[in-house]
Design a protein around this ligand. Structure first.
Ligand SMILES: Cc1cc2nc3c(=O)[nH]c(=O)nc-3n(C[C@H](O)[C@H](O)[C@H](O)COP(=O)(O)O)c2cc1C
Length: 371
């Protein structure tokens, strides 16, 4: 049963016993200020015990506070956080899973009081970011490299650059948010230059350590980056030596549009994007987005639409998902409700999230300990 899903795979020499990965999921579990907390460790221990081959930890900032999504965004911007990150990596790996950490600069979506930084001064939910100077871009590329070096030093198995959700790297590639008149704006070849420079600097800093990329294939906005163009960027990233592309769609400016809300309720709603990108590159491709059944996951792999499956809310709602699928107990799975966005609402209000589908006892224990 599900011969593809439970078959081994390798990312850049890193052996994975099956095709299941945890996709990055920010839940507001770090301590206020961004340190690794007991709640965060408990959460990732549980995720790693689930049987997925790889746990990709949520985004950690490379530049605090200017690049942080929120006050509870993990920090990889200073050696002061190394020890906490090392504990996190150890906790995940002790459960038998591979551990990765995603690093990010939120750019115009930074959740801090300061004026946000961005490729261009394009208004963002009523705030006016400031366009980055060339010197500031160089500094940010260097901060990515230093953060990646910390991820390696902390004992993770790989680092992922967050090029999705409309954060800084995606803001450079997007014609909607990059209006620069210098060499970093204009045609795709210029807009993709900064993310490619970041990849090059990160790879130089960590030598043969795998560097993955969360890849925005389509912003789902008419004037944004579209699939027609992003395939060329995917090829450039593959050429630059990324270990894999973890494909997603949408940004904070499209996620809440009524038609995208509807689309995002569908099973496998981002698989088409992953399959389109997979057709253009040789590096492994990960797909996520309401892959709620073993049958769907198996079909994606069998048809060659992606190489690995990403589970975010799916796994958080039921950490026994991999076991239940493998043991033909799928009727027992606790499913994330496509009509519910409580977790998103909670994290946007700066609160640690819980899943309304959790069994009563689990919810009670969680609330006693953490609210
Ligand atoms: C509350 C929330 C937080 C997320 N945090 C991240 C993140 O830190 N980094 C990232 O690349 N994607 C993030 N995502 C996107 C997920 O990785 C995933 O692509 C998406 O939730 C679809 O998978 P799912 O249906 O299994 O949840 C987040 C999604 C949600 C709902």
């Amino acid at each position: 049963m599900y011969a593809h899903l439970f078959s081994p795979y390798k990312i850049d020499g890193l052996e994975l016993p099956n095709r299941l990965t945890m996709a990055p999921l920010y839940l507001g579990y770090a301590a206020a200020g961004g340190a690794v907390s007991p709640l965060l460790l408990d959460h990732y221990r549980l995720m790693a015990q689930s049987g997925v081959a790889l746990v990709m930890v949520e985004n950690a900032t490379i530049d605090h506070p200017t690049g942080s999504g929120s006050d509870r965004t993990l920090r990889a911007d200073s050696d002061d956080y190394l020890e906490g990150l090392a504990t996190l990596a150890r906790v995940i790996k002790q459960q038998g899973a591979r551990a990765g950490l995603q690093i990010n600069h939120a750019g115009r979506f930074a959740g801090v009081a300061l004026q946000p930084l961005a490729p261009s001064a394009v208004e963002t939910f009523g705030r006016q970011p400031r366009a980055l100077s060339l010197e500031e871009m160089q500094k940010i590329a260097c901060q990515y490299a230093q953060a990646a070096r910390r991820v390696q030093q902390a004992g993770f198995d790989l680092v992922e650059l967050h090029g999705g959700t409309g954060y800084l790297l995606a803001q450079f590639v997007s014609p909607r948010t990059n209006h620069r008149a210098d060499d970093y704006g204009g045609p795709l070849e210029n807009r993709q230059k900064f993310p490619l420079e970041v990849v090059a600097q990160v790879k130089a800093a960590v030598a043969d350590f795998p560097v993955g990329y969360r890849f925005l294939a389509d912003e789902w906005l008419p004037d944004g980056l579209l699939l027609a163009e992003s395939g060329r960027f995917a090829q450039a990233l593959a050429q630059a030596g990324v270990a894999y592309l973890s494909v997603m769609g949408g940004t904070y400016e499209s996620f809440f549009l009524p038609q995208i809300v509807e689309k995002s309720k569908q099973a496998g709603y981002m698989v088409d994007l992953a399959a389109a990108i997979k057709g253009q590159v040789k590096v492994p491709v990960i797909t996520a987005g309401r892959i709620a059944t073993g049958a769907l996951a198996e079909e994606i792999l069998e048809r060659g639409r992606a190489d690995l499956i990403g589970l975010a809310r799916v796994l958080w709602a039921d950490p026994d998902w991999p076991r239940k699928v493998q043991q033909a107990r799928e009727s027992e799975i606790i499913h994330c409700d496509p009509g519910c966005d409580t977790c998103m609402q909670m994290v946007m209000r700066g609160k640690p999230a819980f899943c309304v589908r959790w069994p009563v006892e689990k919810m009670r224990t969680w609330k006693t300990k953490f609210l």
